[in-house]
Design a protein around this ligand. Sequence first.
Ligand code: ADP
Length: 437
Amino acid sequence: MQDIRWNTFFIFLLISFLSLIIWGFKSLEVASFFFISCLIVYLLLHVYWIYRLNKWLKSPNLSTIPNGSGVWEEIFSTLYQEYRKQKRSKSELTSILGRFMTAAEAIPDGIIALNQNNEIEWCNKPSERMLSINPAKDLNQPINYLLRETRFTEYLNDNKDGATLKLISWRNTGKSFEILLVPFGINQKLLICRDITQLEKNDFIRRDFIANVSHELKTPLTVIIGFLETLSDMKNEFNEKTRTYLKMMVEQSDRMKKLVDDLLQLSSIEFNTLPAEKKEIDINQFFKNLKKDADLVSKKTCKLNLSINKNVILLGYEKEIYSAFLNLITNAIRYSKKNGMVNIVWDTKDHQPYFEVQDYGIGIDEDLIPRLTERFYRIDANRSRNSGGTGLGLSIVKHVCIRHQAQMEITSQIGKGSQFKILFPRDRLALKKNVKE
Ligand code: ADP
């Protein structure tokens, strides 16, 4: 800019100087005529280059950029360099974007970019195939208009960090998908859709196999137990050694029966992917039966304190709920010290029914809590077996919770005891008069 100003000033000075010389040699009129003529030529020259610049700007192209003269030479040269730089970075960006798009298309998972209103901004080819999205029509459409399913809309609106949603046998296509929403940018979301059809099939085969094996084992086991019972009735006819063997056989066959029963129960709960029914449970009778069974387990080695709010009526599948609650109470008794105490509470909190079992037994290391609901996971396998455990109790509780949309919370301290709490959703509460909050 500095140069252009000096250049203009210099030309103006030169015209003025030449005009002064002409004035000296000729007259003022001739000098003025010369001065004005030079200015007009200079102005016309500028107008010409402005015209060329304007023309070029309408269809800019590196090969057609004018050369210019005087100050315009420098202007066009700067313009040339800037335009070249811009073109280079544009082509670099285009190539990066192209590479990114190719990579995004190569990902086998479906990826959909959503804006803050959950409208589709972009999607890759696998997502078009998986969720039947047509970018020509569906771009800028809210995704929940296209994937009309209550569970999906709920997941979209109430998305918890890291939580996924399974769409099993989506639209009866036999395909199953897992959806994950990842926030990015300003209120934008990336919807990642994974085809889990094969995984679900494998899982089904595994569950089916376990259910079949357990079922097949049940009949011969019942026969063996029957014979063992008959032999036990005749125990006086055997010598001491045989009686000991017989006792061990009865114990082991009982353990096996319990294992088979638990496996069958777990399979039947797992197979049922639908939410559990919402039938009113007769809480009074329910807890009477539960106390009776708990007393049988405890054999008076433990003091059971029950605080039951009978006005809190649960809507659920009684058989499953009973099994889950009894499992938690049984565990509390089994992992308590001798003459321990177990507190059982049934009440509501913020209109959510909850069941709580508190023991003051051996407690659990905090780091191991997340693993407790895994099948056959035991902290002390010997203690579990000796107290009649199968390692499946908390797995059953977990699946009952899933079927009832309930959450299990576990808090524990080594040597001080544990608290297991099942919190049911509000819509599983049927209030009867005078609910104590
Ligand atoms: P198990 O039949 O072995 O008790 P569960 O699935 O019911 O199987 O429990 C898994 C493991 O969790 C148990 O082996 C035990 O180590 C631990 N556990 C469960 N409940 C309690 C409790 N109330 N106190 C201490 N440990 C517990």
